[in-house]
Design a protein around this ligand. Structure first.
Ligand code: GDP
Ligand code: MG
Length: 177
């Protein structure tokens, strides 16, 4: 009944990873506050943001962690990954080097987390079609090969951002229920 359901609560830690400047912080601010920031400034003070999502009538708290720019020095710590049950691995469709780095990020993820976690490969900045360096097909096939969900997003134009996070959250939910 109602009383039993009130006590049920879900808290999912989800990490954002990927090279510097691919748009991780803006994906989070778009998802959590519907905001976009044109100045790329390092995240200060905020380790994560919590967003409540309803799935099957249940309240799920998604605690989404953003790096404070440590990825520039390849120094994302194990504390960052600890307890994570979901991950968005982000690259920038207009910079191939960020796509080439995905394998390295997946390796790092597999060192710290269980591979049964909800994982989504995210090709961000799909608004930059005119300077695209990575095709949709390349993204798709890498995701298929690695067993990841895949989506292209634009934090700038608010394309697929909500959906990307929600798919990961739902996948985690399905894994545990
Ligand atoms: P992070 O280092 O991965 O956290 O990346 P940021 O969120 O700081 O974004 C890096 C730069 O890319 C900033 O100048 C953003 O304004 C820009 N940016 C982020 N997302 C998008 C997007 O979807 N489209 C475009 N065109 N630029 C974006
Ligand atoms: Mg950032």
């Amino acid at each position: 009944g109602h009383e039993e359901e009130v006590g049920e609560e879900y808290l999912f830690k989800i990490v954002l990873i990927g090279d510097s400047a691919v748009g991780k912080s803006n994906l989070l601010s778009r998802f959590a506050r519907n905001e976009f920031d044109t100045n790329s400034k390092a995240t200060i003070g905020v380790e994560f943001q919590t967003q409540v999502v309803e799935i099957d009538g249940k309240e799920v708290k998604a605690q989404i962690w953003d790096t404070a720019g440590q990825e520039r020095f390849r120094a994302v710590t194990s504390a960052y990954y600890r307890g994570a049950v979901g991950a968005l691995i982000v690259y920038d469709i207009s910079r191939r080097t960020t796509f080439d780095s995905v394998k390295r990020w997946l390796d790092e993820l597999s060192i710290h987390c269980d591979t049964t976690m909800g994982r989504m490969l995210v090709g961000n900045k799909c608004d930059l079609e005119n300077i695209r360096e990575v095709s949709v097909e390349e993204g798709k096939s890498l995701a298929e090969a690695e067993g990841l969900f895949f989506m292209e997003t634009s934090a700038l134009d608010a394309i697929n951002v909500q959906t990307a996070f929600e798919i990961v959250i739902r996948e985690i939910y399905n894994n545990i229920s």
